[in-house]
Design a protein around this ligand. Sequence first.
Ligand code: PLP
Length: 257
Amino acid sequence: MRSVVLCFSGLDPSGGAGLQADIEAIAALGGHAAIVCTALTIQDSQKVYGFQAIDPDFLIAQAERVLADLPVKAIKCGMLANPDIVQVVQTIAERYPHIPLLVDPVLAANSGGSLANSHMVNALTRLFPLATLITPNTLEARWLSQQDDLAATIPYLTSVGAQAILLKGGHEQGQLIKNQLFMQGKLQQTSQWPRLPAEFHGSGCSLAAAIAAGIAQGLSLTTAITRAEVWLHSALQRADYPHPQGQAIPYRVPFSC
Ligand code: PLP
C-alpha cells in the first residue's frame, strides 16, 4: 500500500493548516495519512480564536488502533496543545522505536495566535532525542532554546538531543528564504527560495508533512527535504486568497481529471 504516515495534528476548520494540510500534503506526494486529532481549534484564515485539546487516553487508543492495523512508516506531529499530549507522542514513540518520528514544534500559528499552553517548551524538548528530524522555524528555535541569538539555537537544540534540525527561515527578513539542515549540530544542506508576496496559512505543517511522506517512502533525509521544498513552493505559488486581511491557503492538491 501507499506509505503510511501517522500524524498527530490539530483541526483547523479553515482547512489551511493542521490535519488537513497533513492529509493533502502526504496525499500529493503519494503517501497515505492516518490522523490522530489532538485538538479542535477555532480559527479562520486571519486568526486563532481558541482551541480545545482532546483527552490523552483517547489519543493513545486512536494511535494504537492505527499502528496495529496499518503499516505505519513514519510518525509526524504538529500541534500537540499541552504537555499531556506531548507525553502521548513520547509514549507511542518509545513503544515503536523503529518508526521514524518527525517533530514540527508548533507553538503558534503563522498568524500569531497561540496553539499551545505555556508549559510546552520543556515538554517538547523531551521529544527531541526520539526524533529523526525536528522542523522549527526561527521563532520556534529561539523560543525552544530560550535564546535571542539565532546562531546559539542550533548548539542548544543539539545539546538537548535533536539529531537533525531543519531550521526554516521564512520569519527572517530578506527577499530570499533560507532553510538550513543541521545534522549532529553541523550544517548539512542549505536551500534558498524567493520570498513570495504573501503570508501563508499552514506552510510549516505542509512542509513537515511532505518531508514525513518522503521519510515514510524510504527517501534519505536530504532528498525528502528537497523534494518537499520544491513541492511546497509550487503549492504556495498556486495558493488561494480567501480574504484580503487573511493569509493565503496553499493549493496542495491541484485539480486533475
Ligand atoms: N496546527 C494547527 C491545527 C494549526 O491551526 C496551525 C496554524 O494555524 C498550525 C498547526 C501551524 O501552522 P503553520 O504551518 O502555519 O505554522
